[in-house]
Design a protein around this ligand. Structure first.
Ligand SMILES: [Zn+2]
Ligand SMILES: [Zn+2]
Length: 767
């Protein structure tokens, strides 16, 4: 049971949220596949404070995370990042786009200030993190360019424009060929400064998509702009004040672009500057420079404006910046954009409390309001609101409350269109309150109902926080053909414009980085190419390369040489073995000879042998080492070496295999294991008998029980014949004449002849 579970979790992709599922706020999602872990976003919940605003970090071992990707700078996606990096055991790498990083810095330093004041914590310990934490973590954040792919140990991710706010990115994450697209917050509408979100060129298997607006549909943008300007216009004309609570950056700039243009066009009606517009934010000026820096990442309209006027389009003619309310003289009608956007505390809250008792005034909500915040509450048009500084005090609310959404999130139509374009079979909904999210799930399922039961069935998930979604995928492996093999395929298919990728391969890199026009989606069934499949298990890359290209594309490949080693116990002297080796191979290089056996002219049997080390190299690369009675043969695998090693092993075994060999090398032969025809029949042949016995002894020493000899009775001269029988090899030796009578194996014949040669020296008369 447990084994099955382990196996399942190994192949399945796991998704779960530590925050941001069935809620808007504290976005934080975990993706696990093939031993890799990716975290998406690290936000806070705007309706909560302190530790309660964090995602459920205690529910997961953050040290497992390889990569953390931050989609955009909004607090519900990025504000707990310094906490994760400085206050937990997280030690992964963190990536965000350049503009996100630039704005994040200012935004979070403001967030630290705002929370430490607004939360009423006097003790610094109670803060999620300090300015120092922020500064230290900031340097460790890495940046990613749009449309570039970064590979961290096999986790490949690419950033695409998400619209929404400056720098907002969607991430397509690829692990072992499986692709997941995380939208973050995204918009599909080209507004006054940003382009709409992109559809990544390559398909995704899993889509993690926001569902903020569920099944709601936005009014056309022109209508919303018109409504906005008219409401504001009529309020100031009746002498009222307009409060627009905005998040300091992103959508605030969009609203200002609309208002500035309207004010210029209606300058006379508005008394030529008699009705001021203010933008009250600590960060206003700092962030203007960031917006100017990244104008190139915005849409054509704003870039053209910038080019034509040669001035920062975010420095507005009709809008003044306010850092503190002390600088503000509240004498008559005015328009005030103030942060924070959800009226929890700070400038916007102070102004709300000041202006809400007057019915001439207007509070206009343009952003998305999270459950549990004042912005959400005030839309219920309550009669009184609590004062932030003195909760005992209730402030009457008589002002007008309106909501016109300029929150840059997709509506149902835009979301559905995008989901269809992505074509993922698994859709996971995040970033939405339960009800709209549930409605969206039903709407999507009914939209894709015709695919139900087919291979293309679309599964939609709306898990709660910390609930795991497990998705199983078939292990389809796709190799990328590179180098000469590509030419082979293109020649076969008659295509002249050479693509870098062939086959059913990942098109992402190609679209993003190369200039090739031709893409082959599928190889013709008839086209067969062969090459070497190189697999990088760590990074999940699989390449098909021709042998000649191997070194060019895989410099990192090392050559493996198989070393073989065999050890046998031997019972005979190493002198004897050395002697046989020299006879057989000639090319024997002595490496170690502690007993100096190779420098003696004494006959092998005569010298007393000790067990010291002896080592030789035979035919260049086969090494034989003997210590005491252990002989170790070692060589690199190859046809030549294997043959040499086999022969050496045959010598070791045959020298060793007979107990007789031990006896013969220590004392005179006492053949009790076999009949001794020499003893019986040639006893009186004096010298000849002695000579034959010596030769027979040598042969027995060499071939052990494989050797036998007897009188050839058929022979008229009564010759003594020796027989060797090693497996299938046989040989007959005429011992009387000291010659090989019959042998079909040349190596064996060589061995016997060399034994006979040495034997004849041994038995030669001494006189
Ligand atoms: Zn956002
Ligand atoms: Zn968000």
């Amino acid at each position: 049971m447990s084994t099955e579970q382990t196996q399942l979790s190994k192949t399945a992709l796991k998704f779960f949220s530590l925050g941001g599922s069935n809620e808007v706020g504290r976005s934080c999602h975990i993706l696990q596949y093939k031993g890799k872990t990716v975290m998406l976003d690290a936000g806070v919940h705007p309706a909560h404070q302190g530790l309660a605003s964090l995602p459920f970090y205690d529910e997961f071992d953050l040290s497992k995370i390889d990569v953390l990707l931050i989609s955009h700078f909004h607090l519900d996606h990025a504000a707990s990042l310094p906490y994760v990096m400085q206050r937990t055991n997280f030690n992964g790498r963190v990536f965000m786009t350049h503009p996100t990083k630039a704005i994040y810095r200012w935004l979070l330093s403001d967030f630290v200030k705002v929370t430490s004041i607004g939360s009423g914590f006097s003790d610094k310990e109670e803060n999620l993190y300090t300015d120092e934490d922020l500064a230290e973590s900031f340097d460790r954040i890495e940046t990613i360019d749009f449309h570039s792919t970064i590979d961290v140990n096999g986790i490949k991710f690419t950033a695409f424009h998400a619209g929404h706010v400056l720098g907002a990115a969607m991430f397509q994450i690829e692990i072992a060929g499986l692709k997941t697209l995380f939208t973050g917050d995204y918009s599909r509408e080209t507004d006054r400064h940003l382009n709409s979100a992109e559809v990544p060129p390559s398909s995704s298997d899993i889509l993690i998509v926001e569902s903020t607006f569920g099944t709601a549909t936005h009014e056309p943008r022109v209508n919303r702009e018109k409504k906005l300007t008219q409401l504001i216009h009529s309020t100031v004309l009746r002498g009222g004040r307009v409060l627009l609570p905005v998040f300091a950056l992103g959508r605030a700039q969009e609203i200002m672009l609309i208002l500035d243009e309207f004010w210029s066009q209606h300058s006379e009606e508005l008394g030529n500057g008699q009705v001021p517009i203010f933008y009250a934010s600590n960060l206003a000026r700092k962030c203007m420079s960031v917006f100017q820096t990244y104008v190139n990442m915005m849409n054509d309209d704003i870039r053209k404006k910038f080019r034509d006027s040669q001035s920062n389009p975010f420095i507005f003619k009709n809008i003044s910046y306010l850092k503190h309310l002390d600088e503000f003289q509240d004498f008559g009608p005015s328009v005030m954009l103030a942060s924070p956007g959800m009226l929890q505390n700070g400038l916007s809250r102070d102004l709300l409390e000041k202006w809400c008792p007057d019915e001439k005034n207007l509070v206009l909500i343009t952003g998305y309001s999270v459950e549990g915040t004042m912005a959400k509450y005030i839309m219920l048009e309550p009669d009184v609101i609590p004062s932030i500084n003195n909760p005992e005090v209730s402030i009457p609310r008589r002002c007008q409350i309106e909501e016109i959404s300029f929150a840059a999130h997709v509506d149902f139509r835009e979301n559905l269109d995008f989901i269809e374009k992505i074509g993922a079979r698994n859709v996971i909904l995040v970033h939405g309150e339960s009800n709209p999210m549930g409605r969206l799930k039903s709407a999507l399922l009914s939209n894709f109902s015709s695919l139900k039961g087919t291979e293309d069935e679309v599964h939609v998930f709306n898990p709660r926080n910390c609930v795991v979604v497990e998705l199983e995928f078939k292990g389809v492996k796709v190799a990328k053909a590179i180098g000469n093999i590509v030419d082979e395929v293109t020649n076969a298919l008659g295509i002249h414009n050479v693509p870098t990728n062939v086959g059913k391969v990942d098109m992402q890199e190609e679209e993003a980085g190369s200039h090739n026009d031709v893409k082959i989606k599928e190889i013709d069934d008839e086209t067969v190419v062969s090459g070497i499949l190189v697999s990088d298990e760590k990074n999940f890359d699989l390449n098909l390369v021709s042998l000649s290209d191997l070194r060019d594309y895989h410099m990192d490949l090392s050559t493996t040489v198989l070393r073989e080693r065999q050890t046998v116990l031997i019972d005979c002297k190493k002198e004897l073995i050395y002697w046989h080796l020299c006879q057989m191979f000639g090319d024997v290089e002595v490496i170690i000879d502690e007993d100096c056996i190779t420098h003696t002219s004494e006959a092998p049997e005569k010298k007393a042998s000790t067990g010291l080390e002896f080592e030789v190299k035979i035919m260049g690369d086969v090494k034989l080492n003997i210590i005491k009675n252990v002989a170790t043969l070692e060589w690199s695998q190859g046809i030549m070496n294997d043959t040499v090693a086999d022969s050496v092993m045959a010598i070791l075994l045959s020298v060793d295999s007979s107990p007789a060999s031990v006896k013969m090398s220590s004392h005179s032969c006492n053949h009790d294991h076999c009949e001794d025809p020499v003893e019986d029949n040639v006893e009186d042949q004096h010298d000849d008998t002695w000579k034959i016995r010596q030769v027979a002894r040598l042969c027995t020493e060499q071939f052990g029980e494989c050797f036998s000899y007897k009188l050839d009775e058929a022979s008229p001269t009564g010759e003594i014949m020796g027989h060797i029988n090693i497996g299938e090899m046989t040989a007959s030796i005429n011992l009387s004449q000291m010659r090989v009578a019959k042998c079909e194996s040349n190596p064996l014949r060589g061995r016997i002849e060399s034994i006979l040669g040495i034997a004849s020296d041994l038995v030669a008369p001494l006189c």
